[in-house]
Design a protein around this ligand. Structure first.
Ligand SMILES: Nc1ncnc2c1ncn2[C@@H]1O[C@H](COP(=O)(O)OP(=O)(O)OP(=O)(O)O)[C@@H](O)[C@H]1O
Ligand SMILES: Nc1nc2c(ncn2[C@@H]2O[C@H](COP(=O)(O)O)[C@@H](O)[C@H]2O)c(=O)[nH]1
Length: 195
């Protein structure tokens, strides 16, 4: 926590295409800078090493519909949703929190939470790298194919017009460089002070 200078409550929305490294960035900010993550809900099947309540709240389609969401989407055939309760729960742990969302969710957060929201759009220079990253993560080849053929995948490859001038673009070709860019960004927007 040393060096962190907390301001009013903020949520850093991390968005971008599948496999680009959004969750990796969120986990890094949690481990390095103690920014709590907002846990969202999904009906998709857990991946190996994913735990209910830590990575997601894994839901059935029935239980998913019992919750109240700030926003919810369908992404590559599964439902995802984030709640105000989840946001408040994270804000009880730290004043600056992160959430990983598709670009539709990021637009809703920008609209609904206005100046409480900081948006990071993560990209890579060559989209072919994304398939390799999904494979490296252990996604089943059929799941990779299904996801990479989805309309949501194509949509999230580019920054949506609604987020132009609103989102900070971060290239994640190289993880070492990304960590440095993140640190510079946090200092620039006054979240982190190295003194
Ligand atoms: N800069 C990088 N260089 C190489 N591999 C990376 C880099 N950043 C993340 N990865 C790896 O890419 C894979 C996908 O990362 P991650 O799960 O964070 O992506 P994501 O954007 O959250 O994906 P999704 O939207 O599908 O959940 C992981 O195996 C992760 O370790
Ligand atoms: N709009 C929302 N998007 C969400 C939410 N939780 C996760 N996501 C995004 O969905 C895709 C797929 O995630 P994955 O874990 O199955 O790979 C990815 O873009 C996530 O950022 C949510 O609550 N709302």
């Amino acid at each position: 926590m040393e060096g962190l200078q907390y301001m009013a409550k903020k949520v850093i929305v991390i968005t971008g295409p599948t496999g680009v490294g959004k969750t990796t960035v969120a986990k890094y900010l949690e481990q390095q800078w103690h920014m709590a993550r907002v846990i969202t809900h999904t009906t998709r099947t857990p991946r190996a090493h994913e735990t209910d309540g830590r990575d997601y709240y894994f839901e059935t389609s029935t239980s998913f519909n019992r919750n109240h969401y700030l926003e919810s989407v369908v992404y590559a055939g599964a439902q995802y949703g984030s709640s105000l309760e989840g946001l408040d729960c994270a804000w009880q742990k730290s004043e600056v929190v992160t959430i990983v969302l598709d670009t539709a969710g990021a637009i809703t957060y920008a609209q609904e939470l206005a100046d409480k929201v900081i948006i990071l759009y993560i990209s890579v220079s060559d989209s072919n790298v994304l398939r390799q990253r999904l494979a490296k993560r252990g996604d089943h080849p059929e799941q990779q194919q299904h996801r990479l053929q989805s309309a949501e995948y194509l949509r999230d490859l580019a920054l949506p017009p609604e987020l132009v001038g609103r989102a900070t673009l971060i290239n994640n070709d190289n993880w070492h460089t990304t960590k440095k860019i993140l640190q510079e960004f946090l200092i620039l927007c006054g979240i982190m002070d190295l003194n």
